[in-house]
Structure formats: C-alpha cells, structure tokens
Design a protein around this ligand. Structure first.
Ligand code: SF4
Length: 252
C-alpha cells in the first residue's frame, strides 16, 4: 500500500522514498521553525470557530495558550527532545501571526459555512493501493472534499505543485470511499488564514497514478536516478546517497 506521504516525498526526491523504504528513517527536524509549523497547523483547526467569533484575536490567543499546554500530548514523537525554551520561542513566533490571520479569516466565509465532517480521517483504497489522511473532509452537496493545511509559504496565486499532487491523491481516495467523484479540494494556508479552492485536474490524477507505480518499483528494489534539482543540502541521506544508479534504474 502506497501512502500519500510517499507521493509527497517522491516529489521532493525519489531517492528519499528508496532510503525510507530500506529502513532509514527521515532525519528528525527539531528546529523552532518546524515546531512553529506544527503549532500553526494545530491552530488552523480552530479557524472555523474563530471565524464565527466576534473577537477573533482574543479567541485565537486563548486557543494558542491551550495548544501550548496540549501540544506535547498531541505530538509526543515530534516533540521528544525539544525543550521548553524552544517551544516557548515557537509559540511566540506563532503568536506574531495572529493579527494577519484574523484580518484574512473574514474572506473565507464560503469555506467556513461548509460542514467539516472529519479531522484527519484515514482513507484507504485497496483498488488503487493507496492510503492517507487529509487534514479534513468537508461535505458540500453530499460530496466529501479533502482539505489540507499548509504552514509554509503561500504562492501569490493558486497552490504549489507539490500540494496539488497531494490534494489530488486525497481526492481520488475520498471519491473512492464515498463513491462520488471529487472534483475540487482546498488548501488552507495556516500562517495567513487564507483558503484556496482548487479544481482537481485529470492530468494530475494521471500523474498520481504514475508516481504510485514508480514508488512500487522503488519498493521492489530499484534505485532511482538522483534528480538534478534534488534538495541534497537539506537532506539527511547525503551520507548514504552517493552511490551509482543501477543500469536498470536508467530505464526507470
Ligand atoms: S541526498 Fe540528494 S539525491 Fe540523495 S536522497 Fe537526499 S535529496 Fe535525494
């Protein structure tokens, strides 16, 4: 079974999929920036009630206080080894985003008017050999639409290509589970409090299937080529990655 997270990883670098499958875990990020992203993601789950609150800033400030107390329970693995001072810096950085978030929430009225059915539902398709959990499922006209929360940079228009692939994979899974084609999805940019509505395109469905098949081959033992634009300077596999690709992989 291929995970949607494998597709995202493949999109960064196919070789990362190879090393992960061979039992080498991804390097743990313990930076305050990573922690800040986790906190913002958790905070984004409260934007819907915040939208309906008269004093959005106070509401989100209280939610951030709550999250600062609960975050170690919700993310015990991610936060193991992170001290309280680093956590306090990350909470403070997240707090500095609150005014921007509040000023933008009002523009998402249509999105927050929808019914949020489930947070992090596990979707699994034996037929497609794919599994994963979108951040939310939103119900619109009896169709279950995936929404993903992103805590990094927001593009000026639309969404990043990597997010599009991830969202498409979830749309395929949600369509399969609820037996209704999913033609759109949402990306919530937590740092800005903005939501982008995305049309799921046919060529991206095709690309998800193609990547799924390539990951299957990687799991069968093929070492993929090192991509020219691979993010090696930020990769924990540099020490074990400097190997020649096999002849077979050149045709892969
Ligand atoms: S070191 Fe570079 S090529 Fe190797 S897995 Fe990491 S990003 Fe990919």
């Amino acid at each position: 079974m291929i995970r949607v997270s494998d597709i995202s990883l493949y999109n960064k670098c196919p070789r990362m999929c190879y090393f992960l499958d061979k039992g080498h875990p991804l390097a743990k990020d313990t930076s305050p920036e990573y922690l800040e992203r986790i906190i913002l993601k958790e905070l984004a789950l409260t934007y819907n009630p915040a939208f309906n609150n008269v004093d959005k800033l106070s509401f989100l400030g209280c939610e951030l206080d709550r999250i600062s107390k609960e975050i170690r329970i919700i993310y015990p693995v991610e936060l193991s080894g992170i001290n309280d001072d680093t956590l306090a810096i990350s909470i403070s950085n997240a707090r500095s985003c609150l005014e921007t978030i509040c000023s933008n929430l009002s523009s998402n009225g249509d999105f927050y008017a929808n019914e949020e059915v489930e947070v992090e539902p596990l979707l699994r398709s034996e037929k497609f050999g794919l599994t994963g959990s979108p951040d939310k499922l939103i119900k619109i006209n009896d169709v279950f639409i995936p929404s993903i929360i992103k805590t990094g940079k927001m593009p000026e228009n639309g969404i990043w290509q990597s997010d599009r692939l991830q969202l498409t994979a979830y749309a395929i899974l949600a369509g399969e589970k609820y037996n209704a084609p999913v033609e759109r999805g949402f990306v919530e940019y937590a740092r800005w409090g903005k939501v982008r509505d995305v049309v799921i395109k046919r060529h991206e469905r095709r690309k998800v299937i193609q990547i799924r098949d390539k990951i299957k081959k990687i799991q069968d033992g093929f070492m993929p080529e090192k991509p020219e634009d691979a993010p090696c300077e930020r990769c924990g596999y540099t020490g074990i990655c400097d190997v020649k690709s096999t002849l077979a992989s050149r045709f892969f």
